[in-house]
Design a protein. Sequence first.
Length: 450
Amino acid sequence: MSNHDTIIAQSTPPGRGGIGVLRISGKNTQSVSKGILGLYLKKRHAHYLPFLDKKGNILDRGIAIWFAKPNSFTGEDILELHSHGGQALLEMITLHIINNYDVRMAKPGEFSERAFLNGKIDLIQAEAISDLISSSSKKIIDSSLRILSGSFSVKIKKIMNLVFNLNVILESYINFPEDIEFLSKNNILLKINEISDKIKYILDNSEDNNFLTSNFKIVIFGKPNVGKSSLLNVLSKKNSSIVTDISGTTRDILREFISIKNINVELIDTAGIHETNDKIEKIGIQKAIKEIKNSDYKLLVVDSSNTKNCPKKILDEYNHIIDKNNVSIIFNKIDTNNHTKKKIIIDKIPLIYISTKKKIGIKMLKKHITNIINGRISLNSIFFVKTRNISLLKSSYKQIIQSKNNLLNNNIDLLSENLSQLRILLGQITGQITNNEILNKIFSSFCIGK
């Protein structure tokens, strides 16, 4: 597929809605406009028009907007058609355009990719667009908007300029030692320290956004009939799980989604973990163990009337599937004994006493979950960036530390090589230095129509 093709995609989510937006980008956009609308549009003006087929029959009536290159998102001519939001209608219009004009369906992220290739945005900003769309947190939204405005890119590009200027001086000296007045070691060290400080500042004020761009997964597990499903129902305020006195009611994975402090939380109810000869129960238990291992946090539910509050002994049974630093023990059914609602810490493990039946201690538990989530977020972070960029920044910092050591050892050739590698690493962050395989991987994760 060529980047010179004219492409089309639905930019609004699939399904039924009040409006649906089709976006067309490329050199044939003008001919599509003339064919389906009957005229060339005035740029950046909304026109209410009928959308026509080749015979002049009306497909729909809606809003059309024309964005002339280079003043568009992709840097190409763009036509947006805002029709009624029925999915069948949108697909009919899309197929009509593909079948009658030289237009093909866009790949995921191809509009953003073209914006990057045409110099409208850099790779950092392109990734911020993806995060803005998929964000499950206000923190990510705020950070993505800052990055999209170019603030993160500016910091990286300033460092790249410092590295480039120093590298030019060193390379010139290496190649023409008799003609170039070399900087003193102290002056070079000052420049290296300036670069080092700027990279460290970004690292100290950035955080991997993988946690905040996906749901925070909390798995609820334990033995049968301890109240796991009841806890899911109470926390989600839904009756998703069947609750009975019969042991092993839950045999498959059940999921509910809630929002806590603007963070999307995925609650996962699992089959009771115990020894059984039931084939179906065994499958459910295997699924439960997989979810426990893949979760961000774990709530181990136990029956407070049958369990002593010794966390190490309780957790010993699950040593093979949990990290003791990543779990809280929920003592349920305190309405049936003399326990009162409370939260205590024993051996660094939180113990929380509740009753799902009487809804005792639920607010306390939610506050505990909020504290767990907040503990995973650095409140001082300015930027939440991709794992890819965090890794490149860490590698960049290693290169600048090595360059400092090479300077102190008077190894100018290796110092210059460090700076060359540093330029490559920083260029990979902005997209100035990259390859098609990396680009395809990045943009393929975008939604179609963006």
